[in-house]
Write a protein that binds this ligand. Structure first.
Ligand code: NAP
Length: 331
């Protein structure tokens, strides 16, 4: 096992049996501290964007709920959603239905700052009045009075970032959220935000094929004990290794236009996947959990947010939790 994995033990990493007051339950040894907060999360979280059923084919309420239950039954305790996941907030509504009887088991995150306009286009805003309105709606859909983690979804240029950060500070101080995160912000933008409101988590794209954050964002977060929460750890499914080179996405699948699957990058990425699949197989693993285990054993990365549309997918991906732990144990 490489030096990076070994050094995980001295950074933010798996905690041995934590007691969490909020969740009032003994947490298992695989869970990790979120930033400097008292929240403990599984290193694999369920990313609930695909459950909105609008990006890669439709999904029913029952199918989405089955995926959430499969995640919770596989050792996952962290669900990630957003105001904009579904034009009518389908993701948040489905989560609410799925966790009505299991709220105490879940570290629940949502985001505001991105929304669908009347023309059906995705827009960004950091305007506190709009964010307040959207958070109110998110809490209503989620059927909760507060969330555990509230993110600013993406940088916007309609108001100064410090004003947006003041809104998040207020939500923290008034108990609408237990912690605050930011997503898709540069280091410079995080500096501005953090001067007004403490940041617990930074949500960014990170996987074996897309490693831009290693230059600046990852070291900056590590130094400050801000948890990096990696999204698209499976590179939209490419790193599950189940697409053939000539795979054609249906019309209603937004991955048709993703740069990962276009032009020369497509050939390069499929070459890389072939190579990685061989490495995973040599270790006796399927590629999906192996790729996710790689992500969550990078020092500074606390969580990988894994999307799924079927229960078997998240069950397979969740095996990365034990796999990563075995790498650390044997390092
Ligand atoms: N903050 C942000 O701006 C931002 C941006 C993007 C994503 N996110 C978050 O990150 C999460 C993860 O991103 P993502 O869902 O777009 O991408 P992902 O996790 O990289 O890929 C998810 C897709 O991969 C396929 N898949 C998953 N597990 C599989 C398995 N075991 N075997 C085969 N295929 C499998 C499924 O697609 P098919 O079955 O359709 O092939 C699934 O929908 C999101 O859900 C969201 O919560 C945040």
């Amino acid at each position: 096992m490489d030096r990076e994995v070994r050094s995980l033990q001295s950074g933010i990493g798996p905690l041995d049996f934590q007691w969490s007051g909020r969740h009032n339950a003994l947490m298992n040894k695989f869970q990790r501290q979120l930033g400097k907060s008292d929240l403990c999360v599984s290193p694999v979280a369920l990313g609930c964007w695909p459950l909105a059923g609008m990006t890669s084919g439709s999904i029913s309420d029952e199918e989405a709920i089955a995926v959430i239950h499969a995640a919770l039954d596989s050792g996952i305790n962290h669900l990630d959603t957003a105001y904009a996941y579904g034009r009518g907030g389908e993701s948040e509504v489905r989560i609410a239905r799925a966790i009505r009887a299991r709220r105490e088991q879940v570290v629940l995150a949502t985001k505001v700052g991105v929304y669908w306009d009347a023309d059906g286009s995705l827009r960004r805003s950091g305007n506190p009045d709009l964010l307040r309105q959207h958070l109110h709606e998110s809490l209503r859909r989620l059927e909760v009075a507060e969330v555990d983690l509230l993110y600013f979804h993406a940088p916007a240029d309609d108001v100064p970032l410090a004003d947006t950060a003041s809104f998040f500070r207020e939500m923290l101080d008034t108990g609408k959220t237990r912690t605050v995160g930011v997503s898709n912000l540069s280091v410079e933008q995080m500096e501005v935000f953090a001067a007004v409101c403490p940041i617990t988590a930074c949500q960014v794209r990170y996987n074996l094929l897309q490693r831009d954050i290693e230059a600046e964002i990852l070291p900056w977060c590590r130094e400050r004990q801000i948890s990096v929460v990696a999204y698209e750890p499976l590179a939209l499914g490419l790193l599950a290794g189940k697409f053939s080179r000539d795979h054609v996405f249906p019309e209603n699948d937004w991955r048709r236009s993703s740069p990962l699957f276009s032009g020369e990058a497509r050939t390069r990425n499929f070459d890389a996947v072939e190579d990685l699949r061989a490495k995973a197989a040599a270790a006796g693993c399927e590629l999906a959990p192996w790729a996710v285990a790689w992500t969550i054993t990078r020092p500074g990365v606390t969580v990988a947010l894994c999307g799924a549309k079927r229960p078997d997918q998240i069950r397979e991906t969740a095996t990365a939790i034990r796999l990563a732990d075995s790498w650390v144990e044997s390092a």
